[in-house]
Design a protein. Structure first.
Lengths: 244, 235
């Protein structure tokens, strides 16, 4: 599909999206290092999956990365050229979802590798035994990779709806830092676990805090549902809107 | 032959009617000057022609087909629009390579159009380092990339120096001489008088004149007085 080839070519020829994705493994390394230095008992069997859960944190960067897919094109005016090449705008959005979702998952894999490497190093330095097979390690990493992918998809949809990078980033950060917490308080834990970041917690740190959250697979499905709703709204709106 | 046919085009934005029942034809093998004051509906007409905005009524056909139904539109129609932009961090050659990937033209065509617009020596610089004139040349290269039969250019001389303007005039004349349809929206009447065969004049979203340049007298002076008369506020 030329739409997909074009999206890859766009990504390959600018640096800013890669800097965002590279921030993921950096935050993972910093977070795990902080966990160890703050006195966590690395001999506790649960500590290892707590370390792995940092991969899910990196999804905030794949969310920003996804926002750039469409909103970044509006910012620089390249969206005009994109729609001149491909008047079928629905396929453009679909190609962006495919490419950015894939890149988000790949970033999650790199973050996972970073998490494994830095955790193994700290465990060795502290004289603890690092087990790849330790409880929660693989499910937590898999959930983290899925969250990195899902938030890239949500970002693509959000950026296509809002079309303004600063606006979309501000809304996303406000939602993470403030709105979802307040909404969760108002609607109570029974409903709050269906909100996107509660769902992502279920997905990427299921092994740690299970009681008030959905099961891991449920969190994954709910996030995928949010991504699908954003994507569908993005396509509908993008088809109708004038590009001026 | 791929003439452009605007048929009963109307576009309203909220309470504002940007274009009202506009109809004209831009013939193949000629340069059509598309003239009008600021806010007269030129850009809206071009964007509607390119499928970027949805007309309230009417349509534009390119060789008998609406833009959105063209197979490989970039290889049929090349466009230079004022609001279309560049990623500042992308190198000029890569900007064209992205577009080449989008319309399936081979990579060597990128070098051809870079040569054509005299940007080969700046091809590996990032667009943020470009002057207005260089951006304009890059936009022209993008419009020409697919070797299209139809060219729609909004103020293509913007930012070009006198030598560049003379070069552009020769380029547009040559393209029309090959049988292509060239539409140039412009404010620079003296330039249009030297380049165009056909003239379309609009004001306040409505057509005021469509016909051969010589019907308006042909010279830059005559075109200017005709333009001012046709676009004067009535009453």
């Amino acid at each position: 599909m030329p739409q997909i080839r074009t999206e890859f070519r766009k990504l390959a020829t600018i640096r800013s999206p890669w800097l965002l994705l590279a921030a993921g493994p950096v935050i993972v390394v910093a977070g795990i290092t902080g966990l160890v230095l703050s006195g966590t008992n690395v001999h506790d069997p649960a500590a290892q999956s707590r370390a792995m859960a940092h991969v899910g944190l990196a999804a905030v960067f794949t969310l920003m990365f996804g926002i750039l897919a469409v909103a970044g094109e509006y910012r620089h005016g390249t969206i005009t050229d994109t729609f001149l090449s491909f008047p079928g705008r629905g396929r453009v959005i679909a190609a962006k979802l495919a490419v950015y979702g894939l890149a988000g998952a790949a970033a999650g894999l790199v973050s996972s590798a970073a998490a494994l490497a830095v955790t193994a190093s700290w465990w060795a330095a502290k004289g603890a035994v690092f087990h790849l097979s330790a409880a929660g390690t693989w499910p937590t990493l898999a959930g983290g990779v899925a969250a990195n992918c899902a938030f890239a998809l949500i970002g693509v949809g959000l950026g296509a709806l809002i079309r303004n990078v600063a606006g979309a980033v501000a809304l996303a950060l406000a939602w993470i830092a403030l709105i979802e917490g307040i909404a969760g308080q108002l609607i109570g834990p029974g409903l709050a676990r269906w909100l996107p970041f509660y769902a992502s917690e279920a997905l990427d740190r299921a092994a740690i805090i299970a009681t008030r959250l959905l099961p891991q697979w449920g969190g994954g499905l709910v996030l995928l549902g949010y991504a699908a709703v954003f994507a569908a709204a993005a396509v509908l709106v993008t088809l109708r809107r004038d590009v001026t | 032959m791929a003439e452009i046919e605007v048929r009963g085009l109307t576009k309203t934005f909220g309470a504002v009617t940007a274009v009202r029942d506009m109809s004209f034809t831009a013939p193949a093998g000629q340069v059509t000057g598309f003239l009008g004051p600021n806010g007269s509906g030129k850009t809206t007409t071009l964007r509607a022609t390119l499928g970027l905005i949805r007309p309230t009524a009417g349509e534009t056909l390119i060789g008998g087909v609406p833009y959105r139904h063209l197979a490989q539109p970039r290889r049929r129609v090349g466009a230079l629009l004022e609001a279309s932009g560049f990623h500042p961090g992308r190198r000029a050659r890569n900007h064209l390579a992205v577009l080449a990937a989008s319309c399936g033209v081979p990579g060597r065509r990128v070098d051809e159009v870079l040569d054509l617009v005299d940007l080969a020596s700046a091809a590996d610089r990032r667009v943020r380092e470009f002057s207005l004139g260089m951006r304009q040349r890059l936009g022209l290269a993008a419009a020409l990339l697919g070797d299209p039969q139809v060219l729609l250019l909004d103020e293509p001389a913007n930012g070009l120096d006198p030598a560049g303007i003379a070069w552009l005039r020769g380029l547009l004349r040559g393209l029309a001489g090959e049988g292509r349809t060239v539409v140039v929206a412009s404010h620079v009447l003296s330039e249009v008088a030297q380049t165009a065969d056909h003239v379309v004049i609009v004001n306040a979203g409505e057509l005021r004149f469509s016909g051969p340049l010589h019907e308006l007298g042909g010279s830059g002076q005559a075109l200017e007085s005709a333009f001012l008369r046709l676009t004067a506020v009535p009453g």
